[in-house]
Write a new protein. Structure first.
Length: 223
């Protein structure tokens, strides 16, 4: 690829090396070295030239900045460089998987959580879930953090369902009979509903764990 960005990253590394940045200096330098190696090996498709030019522009502005670490400017620029690699390599499929698994997790969470946590919990979680979904779609790092912060509640919901069903399985017929009387349904209907909820709970458990793993694994895709 064009060596301009590689040279620019090298200049940023030199400036960092001479700066008085505290504990994160080594981390930044290591990240820059990694980026230089990766950018030496790839090309920039024509449709991403604008992104590449933006990287150059922001890098030159960072070089000129007298206080290079002010307000995390280096960290933001390095996140931008890491995220751009996914564009240049045409590797955005993981983003689609994260969005879909997160949406599935949220839908199942809203469907299953009222049974054990009332409707208050889903209402409380609407804003962070919305911010998370919007942020993930826009490849926002803060949006990813919002999304991942919602995963523990989804996991808790799935575990609550599965654990209670496990306890009820010891006297499953009595449990079904109690439910059928409580909701005025036939035992067969109550049994089918329980099976449906068990399947949904298991899917919620899997989708929650998958979203968490994918979010952490591909966190560098987000800016």
């Amino acid at each position: 690829m064009d060596s301009s960005l590689v040279v620019l990253l090298g200049d940023i590394r030199k400036k960092l090396d001479k700066s008085s940045i505290y504990s994160k200096k080594e981390k930044y330098i290591k990240d820059i070295d990694n980026l230089i190696e990766k950018y030496r090996e790839i090309g920039v498709p024509d449709k991403h030239k604008e992104t590449y030019e933006s990287l150059l522009k922001k890098g030159k502005e960072l070089i000129k900045d007298s206080n290079i670490n002010e307000k995390g400017k280096v960290e933001y620029y390095l996140r931008y460089c890491n995220a751009a690699l996914y564009d240049f390599n045409e590797n955005l499929k993981p983003l689609n998987r994260i969005v879909l698994s997160y949406m599935l997790t949220c839908i199942l969470f809203f469907a299953l959580s009222p049974q054990y946590f009332s409707y208050i919990l889903p209402l409380i979680m609407i804003i962070p879930i919305y911010l998370g979904l919007k942020g993930v779609r826009n490849r926002s790092y803060n949006g990813l953090l919002y999304a991942l912060s919602c995963i523990p509640m989804a996991l808790l919901t799935s575990v609550a369902w599965l654990w209670n069903i496990f306890l009820a399985s010891k006297n499953f017929n009595v449990f079904i009979e109690t439910l059928s009387k409580q909701f005025n349904k036939t035992p067969a209907t109550a049994r089918n509903l329980i099976i449906t909820f068990v399947v949904m709970s298991f899917i919620l458990l899997v989708s929650s764990i998958y979203t968490l793993i994918m979010g952490i694994k591909y966190r560098k895709m987000f800016v």
